[in-house]
Design a protein around this ligand. Structure first.
Ligand code: TYM
Length: 329
């Protein structure tokens, strides 16, 4: 069985972009692949965090993994820091990653270009840690949204480099980026990615735990255009095209079918359909989330997941350290 691995960094609450671009694919793929899904809490601290908020977001993230349908019997679910081998391999990978490669990573460059102050060394080198997260489990595929593809490509380059130098150490993974919904845009500014750090307040971002009326309101006030045609054209109609991507991802309808359905109808009707699809999805997730919080499934899942993950990770770390010549016993 081929292995898939991915993670989410809950520096804030999980949002619809995380769900459509990544999380739902973890769930869909757990039938066909050996799925490893972790919560990237080391990655979280690459940007400043409030400890209480972080603790809550981490717990919510596990609860949401389960509420969205990840099944601990089929998937390995754990907290990154419960498997310390990630950090150790992370350092080793860091030592095999060139500064030029890190300098090309657009996420860091974007933050720097925005003039954000006091960016940390951890943020700069986090693609190396991410590569370790993937390589330590010999993952075949990495389901991610568009913004993480560059990091998986860097991971491939470093894996190939280390394999050439030390012999076959790592499986070289492939990014699995969805055809539709790999980059869900902000509802208030469709030229920007939907993100936890939306600068226009939270109007542009739908959180998985948003109360349904709030989520509906965000969709109904999403920025569109004055053309009045429901047509997929990301360049000229970015707002409408983004809503179409959301609808298509959640209902499975093609862009053509959506265009036909709303031919001659106004944006109001279209937005209502998108809001209904989003609220249906959120309602199911939230009902399950509330049940999960009342049970002890989170702790059991993390404990059992970490045990399974640790067994795989420690073997690989040992193999790597031996190949490099770091072990003397
Ligand atoms: P993170 O936490 O920023 O995002 C988690 C996943 O959600 C996807 N995503 C989106 N997809 C579509 N539209 C959007 N607006 C959107 N925003 C986010 C991301 O592409 C990602 O797949 N470094 C990673 C976490 C990580 C990881 C890993 C992932 C750490 N180690 C190893 C895969 C493998 C991150 O910060 O994702």
């Amino acid at each position: 069985m081929k292995r898939m691995l991915s993670g989410i960094k809950p520096t804030g609450q999980l949002h619809l972009g995380n769900y459509i671009g990544a999380l739902r694919h973890f769930v869909e793929n757990q039938e066909e692949y050996e799925m490893i899904a972790f919560i990237a809490n080391l990655h979280c601290i690459t940007v400043p965090q409030d400890p209480d908020e972080l603790r809550k977001n981490l717990r919510d993230c596990v609860a949401l993994y389960l509420a969205c349908g990840l099944d601990p019997k089929k998937s390995t679910i754990f907290l990154q820091t419960d498997v310390m081998e990630h950090a150790q391999l992370g350092f080793i990978i860091n030592c095999h990653t060139y500064l030029g490669e890190l300098n090309r990573m657009t996420q860091f460059k974007d933050k720097q270009a925005k003039g954000e102050k006091n960016l940390s060394g951890g943020l700069y080198t986090y693609p190396a840690l991410m590569a370790a997260d993937i390589l330590i489990y010999d993952a075949d595929y990495v389901p991610v949204g568009e913004d993480q593809k560059q990091h998986v490509e860097l991971c491939r380059d470093v894996a190939i480099r280390m394999n050439n130098r030390y012999g076959e150490l790592f499986r070289v993974p492939e990014p699995a980026v969805p055809k539709v919904g790999a980059r869900i845009m902000s509802l208030s500014d469709p030229s920007k990615k939907m993100s936890k750090s939306d600068t226009l307040g939270d109007k542009g971002c739908i959180y998985l735990l948003d109360p349904l009326p709030k989520a509906r309101k965000k969709i109904m006030s999403a920025k569109t255009d004055s053309l009045g045609i429901v047509h997929f054209d990301p360049e000229n109609q970015p707002g409408i095209s983004n809503l179409m991507q959301i609808l298509s991802s959640l209902t499975g309808e093609s862009m053509d079918a959506i265009e036909k359905e709303f031919e001659g109808k106004g944006y109001g009707d279209f937005k209502k359909a998108v809001a209904n699809a989003v609220c249906d999805t959120l309602e199911k997730i939230q009902t399950r989330y509330n049940e999960i919080l009342e049970s002890d499934i989170i702790d059991t899942t993390l404990r059992e997941g970490a045990e399974k993950a640790r067994a795989m990770a420690s073997k690989k770390l040992d193999q790597v350290q031996r190949a490099i010549g770091m072990e003397i016993r």
